[in-house]
Design a protein around this ligand. Structure first.
Ligand code: NAD
Ligand code: IPM
Ligand code: MN
Length: 346
């Protein structure tokens, strides 16, 4: 069987890191076909849209999507992101966003004493604070309003919590749920109630509920006390940038947007954005993108291939070359070539 992988390299540093992720996959002996979809801000300037109208159908003809990043200073971010990434996650109903955060050997830790960091974030990915529901009225007037509505559904909350509990069972059996049900009294309270119900069905998992502000502090103060963390769309977004720093920086972190149990193609993308401040200079760290490709292989049921890519990432982080965000001098391409060579040897 030949896997069909859609590539949305996107904007800024996206194409630079995606090229290296592809190299790592091409170093395996898999039957795989890449299909480049030239969507993004360039497409927007040329056509007025970030992606074509039939984008969801096009994506569904693939087994997975490898995505770089979306966003360019020439267009407001809410136009570009609501023109591509968010409608894909929502439209394909990719409700779970899995973001492992592990500090690898050889990567400098920002924390004194370099405590171990090994967490898995399970982020709700289609609703919550990112429902997209809201509006503005009386624009430009003094009485102008902007309304942004959070939507939490019992079914949406339950499925992501249930998945997080299952993942916790496969790890250390510790699950932390992040909400803010002191100040907010509806959506997160529903979330907490559903979490209690799901927890009752998983007595083998030690479940704890932590207010998200306190959780952010604990990630710095006692990261080793955390394993699987489940959070809403916005909280998961913020916490995973923090987690990325704990694993060495934005360039290290990987992500999978998936709909577990369905045949829907997932979107595999680094956690970072288009990094306009360093784009085009060949210095972006490609590890987050390559790690995302490893997650993609795992989700395609190519666990051995995924493990080979991850082992190559670990070896290169340990022995170099490393990009300058990790204190090294390697270019994006040199790091990517080194990973691909390791994959070939593995
Ligand atoms: P960013 O992640 O692009 O950059 C934040 C910081 O991290 C910058 O200093 C950048 O240089 C650094 N960084 C990012 N990736 C790196 C890498 N691979 N190697 C080394 N350093 C790296 O976030 P931002 O600046 O807030 O956003 C820039 C643009 O990207 C915006 O348009 C934003 O909307 C978009 N964005 C897109 C995605 C996505 O497509 N998945 C994710 C986040 C942000
Ligand atoms: C991410 C990004 C996106 C998000 C943005 C670009 C909409 O920050 O994947 O973490 O918030 O989900
Ligand atoms: Mn983010």
């Amino acid at each position: 069987m030949t896997y069909r992988i859609a590539v949305i390299a996107g904007d800024g540093a996206g194409p630079e890191v995606v090229a290296e992720a592809r190299k790592a996959v091409d170093a395996l002996d898999l039957e795989l076909e890449w299909n480049e979809l030239p969507w993004g801000t360039g497409h927007f300037h040329a056509t007025g849209a970030m992606m074509p109208l039939d984008a969801l159908d096009v994506v569904r003809q693939h087994d997975a999507v490898l995505l770089g990043a979306v966003g360019d200073p020439s267009v407001p971010d809410h136009i570009t992101l609501w023109g591509l990434l968010l409608p894909l996650r929502q439209g394909l109903d990719l409700w779970a966003n899995l973001r492992p955060a592990r500090l690898l050997e050889g990567v400098p830790s920002p924390l004194a004493g370099a405590p171990p960091v090994d967490m898995l974030f399970v982020r709700e990915n289609t609703e919550g604070e990112y429902s997209g529901i809201g509006g503005r009225a009386h624009q430009g007037l003094e009485l102008e309003v902007g309304i942004e509505t959070s939507v939490f559904t019992r079914a949406g909350v339950r499925r992501v919590l249930a998945h997080a509990f299952e993942l916790a069972e496969g790890r250390s059996g510790v699950l932390t749920s992040a909400t803010k049900s002191n100040a907010s009294r509806y959506g997160y309270v529903l979330w907490d109630e559903v979490a209690e119900e799901v927890a009752a069905r998983h007595p083998d998992v030690r479940y704890e509920r932590v207010l998200v502000d306190a959780l952010a502090a604990r990630m710095i103060g006692n990261p080793a006390s955390l394993d699987v963390v489940v959070a809403s769309n916005l909280f998961g977004d913020i916490l995973t940038d923090l987690a990325a720093e704990l694993q060495g920086g934005m360039g290290m972190a990987a992500s999978a947007s998936v709909a577990p149990g369905s045949g829907t193609p997932g979107i595999f993308e680094p956690v970072h954005g288009s990094a306009p401040d360093i784009a085009g200079r060949g210095i972006a760290n490609p590890i987050g993108a390559i790690w995302s490709a490893a997650l993609m292989l795992e989700h395609l049921d190519e666990a051995e291939a995924g493990a080979r890519v991850l082992a190559a990432v670990e070896a290169v982080c340990r022995e170099g070359p490393r990009t300058r965000d990790l204190g090294g001098q390697g270019s994006t391409e040199e790091v990517g070539d080194a990973v691909a060579a390791r994959v070939r040897d593995g």
